[in-house]
Design a protein around this ligand. Structure first.
Ligand code: GSH
Length: 215
């Protein structure tokens, strides 16, 4: 098997890539990286010194591909399937990339800040940073809520890379504070995403690990 994915089943950025792999039934060798294990962390950092997952290794093309969006573009280019993640004309592709960036930068990152703060040693929390992240998250969720007024996907009728990013972003945002009642359109969009078989499988496989999630 040519493709190996270094990931963790709880990681939202890894969920993005798992959705893309499961959408097209792309075969890969799953390598869970346990960052609580110093030896596993050192082995992973020998491959990618930045130490953040997901990372894809493609033996056939002798390529190492970090960064969730870049991995999805790589899969779309070299291992295409029925679901194309950046379909359409250049304007559609630019909009898709923008929405993918939006979910990563304005939902996933503030969420990461809020969650990671709970792991900090007592007395070393960043209350100011967490409050700032909460406010930014609220602004971003408001934008999603106003955009998702119809029953489709992030880019309309077509499931794209933007939905791969939206699914884990909204899933974890909903765990931090339920979307329903505050952002009903976003909540309905999340419900549609959860019915998508690729994402349903990602969540099912993450289930045994959710006890490790602090919120
Ligand atoms: N921009 C990166 C972000 C990846 C990222 O932040 N991954 C987190 C898990 S969700 C991680 O590896 N955290 C471990 C660490 O920072 O030590 C991407 O899109 O792949």
């Amino acid at each position: 098997m040519s493709l190996t994915l270094y990931f963790h089943p709880l990681s939202s950025f890894c969920h993005k890539v798992l959705i893309a792999l499961y959408e097209n039934g792309t075969p890969f060798n799953p390598q869970i990286v346990d960052l609580m294990d110093p030896a596993a962390t050192a082995a992973f950092k020998a491959i990618w010194p930045i130490g953040k997952f997901p990372v894809l290794r493609d033996e056939a093309r002798d390529a190492l591909v970090p960064e969730s969006s870049i991995i999805i573009e790589y899969l779309d280019q070299h291992y295409p399937g029925a679901t194309r993640f950046l379909p359409g004309d250049p304007d559609f592709v630019r909009q898709t990339r923008f929405r993918d960036r939006f979910y990563d930068l304005h939902i996933m990152l503030p969420m990461q800040k809020i969650v990671i703060d709970t792991f900090r040693p007592a007395g070393q929390n960043d209350a100011f940073g967490v409050e700032d992240a909460r406010q930014r998250l609220d602004v971003a969720l408001g934008i999603v809520d106003r955009a998702m007024t119809t029953d489709g996907w992030a880019m309309g009728d077509t499931f794209t890379m933007a939905d791969c990013a939206a699914a884990p972003a909204l899933f974890y945002a909903d765990r931090i504070a339920p979307l329903a009642g505050r952002y009903d359109n976003a909540a309905r969009y999340l419900a549609r995403l959860r019915k998508r078989p690729s994402f349903a499988r990602v969540i099912e496989e993450a289930e045994p690990y959710f006890k490790l999630f602090p919120m």
